[in-house]
Design a protein around this ligand. Structure first.
Ligand code: BGC
Length: 735
């Protein structure tokens, strides 16, 4: 990440250094106090109390005759009983990353504010947006009575067909780590625990309970694990959720290398590892290999951390010391995050400031929308007659399905504004948010706006012919537990877009998708906006971008391929038939060359590259200078708004070294707001791990010349310079 400076920039940096030193010392003292407090609490606990802390319940009644404990918050994710005599509160756990979810069997779900999808927030390339979003959803969680939010998705987008890409933050470990980590920081500012997940390499949903992600340890450390490492350093989440899949043959929730070696020892993580719901397969291996809390029982085949744990401790298979460690880690996070000192006070949903929160989610969506194509300046719209077609744009915007499902504030009591068009069972239903792009467009423009639902191709073509400009809304619903079978838009939407664009070349396509899609119609459409799942104020945000009230500034956090044939796995591994079946997915094919690195390495031209995004103004990137400072690359450049509208630019710095997995890696970026004619200097200091290769827990930075590239996307370099760095070996944290 970068920052920009004014005339007093250098002064800011030096006083900043002194301030960080003071902060660091204060943080160290605080950490020691928290350790001591956790130790003291564990000393006072009986064995039964410790056992109680390591075992969590699902908090939603199930069809299979499961009734949760009475104190749960209805239809939420989980519950762990507290220890009242020690003032340790119950842990009330809520999903998830985009806001306060309700589990699906509820007839009257909680209606809350939803952020745009995680990949959308990553597309803002703006940590301030991530922070504000985290603060907002954390506030709603707290006021809904929850003190643990299962939020902080940091799985890398290795697989564009992954049904959960919408919950994560894209394909680059540094971008994903910073954006997810900053969201976590925002959530925890509400004195609740956040949980980064799903640790690790949980990169496709097909066979998610049985799959093995096979990869060399160093490649994992340079990619998927680095994203988590940076998220943890940035956000200090109280908890890490281990995932369903196996990593190199061993289940993530009983994987000694992943949990004990990498997370707890190499990274020095002091919080607790909770399992994903149904990800535990044993008592002794899980406890010894690093799992601290079994979550969401009844999802596991057996209550492994219940009576079986007690027996294993009695028999000496699990030491008392390990049980103490598990309990200590849990109460340590409750203390560190403020859960003990500032306990939640039940359901105060009535106090939520939905109006203010709508502004937060809208601001996120507005910076997340990516302008992919804009022939002859068709956008912003100037037309008098606009035909809007498809995507239920007359009523709302789409959201992604599964445990993260937020039911929208502003909907009827059952949370639905449209009948379900998705699966009846999990991860359905398909939920639409009541923020209509059509209505917002009509309100924000003087044009005459008409609507056709797109189901009747002939009617759509007629509507297109009768308008100056056509705006087609195309949607791709994705959800947990299922991957998309193809990157094409579902149903007849590709044909609809082609037909409409043939009838009227002034066609704008607005995409609401979970992640990358292919665009066989791209040659016909004059303009394309990627709006992702834009959250509960998404329709307003889309309209403001279409009309030019907002100048788009989103950039792709993932490569959009021309076709699936360009991917490391043209065909998705596994089969949806048996989720538990063991399938080996060979991530050694691309190793750490994930996303744009794969395309670079193979010399393949994607449809739209990582980092790409247009604006209604033009920016000039110039004056790249780079030097070695404290053994790493420090780059500066000038960004000028050379057009006639205010806007925000994302200046990207890539670095390139010998013997890497791919020609270049993202080293950092800066997002800057510029008035017409204005210039700003941006600075980027590259995390030295991004200049190194992983060697076990260490990072080896080879001595030599490194290329530093100033670019507006992974495929649009603007200037290159060279910096010489001396060789050195860094510790796990990059020092
Ligand atoms: C998901 C997690 C979620 C948990 C609790 C699981 O199915 O993978 O992301 O937090 O359920 O609902």
């Amino acid at each position: 990440m970068g920052r920009y400076r004014d005339a007093s920039g250098m002064k800011t940096i030096f006083s900043g250094l002194a301030a960080s030193l003071t902060l660091l010392m204060a943080a160290t003292t605080q950490a020691q106090d928290t350790d001591a407090r956790a130790d003291a609490l564990v000393k006072q606990m009986t064995q039964a109390e410790k056992l109680q802390l390591v075992f969590g319940f699902y908090a939603t009644p199930s069809k299979k005759d499961y009734m949760p404990p009475a104190e749960v918050i209805s239809h939420s994710a989980g519950f762990v009983p507290g220890i009242a005599r020690l003032n340790i509160p119950n842990q009330w756990q809520t999903d998830a990353g985009l806001g306060v979810a309700s589990h699906r069997t509820m007839e009257q779900p909680r209606l809350r504010t939803a952020l745009p999808s995680g990949i959308a927030t990553a597309a803002t390339w703006n940590p301030e947006i991530a922070l504000a979003g985290g603060q907002m959803i954390g506030n709603e969680a707290r006021l809904s009575g929850f003190n643990v939010m299962l939020s902080g998705g940091a799985n890398l987008l290795r697989e564009p067909r992954n049904g959960r890409n919408f919950e994560y933050a894209g394909e680059d470990p540094y971008l994903a780590g910073i954006m997810a980590g900053t969201t976590i920081k925002g959530i925890q500012s509400n004195h609740i625990v956040a949980t980064t997940k799903h640790f690790a390499l949980n990169d496709q949903e097909t066979n998610r309970h049985g799959i093995s992600a096979d990869i060399t340890e160093n490649d994992a450390r340079q990619t998927d694990l680095l994203a988590f490492q940076i998220a943890i350093e940035t956000g200090q989440p109280g908890s890490v959720m281990c995932s369903y899949n196996r990593v190199n043959g061993t289940y993530a929730c009983e994987n000694d290398w992943l949990l004990n070696t990498v997370l707890k020892s190499d990274w020095g993580y002091k919080g607790y590892v909770m399992s994903d719901w149904g990800a535990v397969h044993s008592t002794i291996p899980a406890a010894l290999n690093g799992l601290d809390q079994e979550s969401g029982y009844f999802f596991d085949a057996s209550p492994y951390f219940g009576d079986a744990m007690k027996e294993a401790v009695a028999d000496g298979h699990i030491s008392e010391a390990r049980l103490d460690d598990m309990a200590r880690r849990i109460v340590r996070s409750l203390a560190a995050d403020g859960v003990l000192d500032d306990p939640v006070k039940g359901d105060r949903g009535a106090e939520i400031d939905y109006k203010a929160h709508a502004n937060v989610t809208q601001a996120d969506a507005e910076q997340a929308i990516v302008l992919l194509k804009n022939t002859a300046g068709l956008l912003p719209l100037k037309a008098k007659r606009i035909a809007v077609i498809g995507g239920h744009a007359d009523v709302g915007v789409l959201s992604g399905g599964g445990s993260s499902q937020v039911y929208p504030y502003g909907a009827p009591a059952n949370g639905r504004i449209l009948p379900n068009e998705g699966p009846n069972d999990f991860p359905g239903p398909m939920v639409w948010y009541p923020s209509s792009p059509l209505k917002a467009l009509a309100a924000h423009s003087r044009a005459r706006v008409t609507y056709a639902d797109g189901k009747d191709l002939k009617a759509a073509v007629r509507a297109a012919r009768g308008a100056d400009v056509v705006v087609v809304f195309a949607t791709q619903w994705t959800g947990e537990q299922i991957d998309v079978t193809s990157l094409n838009l579902p149903g007849d939407q590709d044909a609809l877009i082609t037909a409409v664009a043939r009838a009227n070349p002034k066609t704008v396509v607005v995409l609401e998708t979970g992640g990358p899609v292919v665009m066989p119609w791209i040659g016909h459409a004059a303009a394309v906006l990627e709006a992702w799942y834009p959250g509960t104020s998404g329709g307003e945000a889309i309209a403001r971008v279409l009309t030019g009230e907002v100048n788009p500034s989103g950039h792709l956090p993932a490569t959009f391929p021309v076709s699936e044939a360009q991917l490391p796995r043209p065909k998705l591994d596994g089969s949806a038939e048996d989720q538990q079946a063991r399938v080996d997915v060979d991530y050694r094919i691309e190793g750490s060359a994930v996303g744009y690195k794969w395309f670079d390495k193979k010399g393949i031209k994607p449809l739209f590259p990582f980092g790409y995004g247009l604006s209604y103004t033009t920016f000039k990137l110039s004056g790249l200078k780079a030097q070695a400072v404290d053994g790493t690359v420090h780059a500066t450049a000038t960004v000028t708004n050379s057009g006639a509208r205010a806007g925000m630019a994302v200046a990207q710095i890539y670095v390139s070294g010998d013997g890497w997995e791919a020609p270049k890696r993202l080293g950092g970026w800066a997002k800057v707001a510029l008035k017409p004619g204005e210039s700003k200097t941006v600075e980027v200091t590259v995390d030295p791990r991004l200049l190194s290769t992983a060697d076990g827990k260490a990072w080896v930075l080879k001595g030599g010349d490194y290329k530093v590239i100033l670019a507006s996307s992974a495929a649009d370099p603007i200037a290159t310079t060279t910096v010489h760095l001396d060789g050195r070996t860094l510790d796990a944290a990059g020092h």
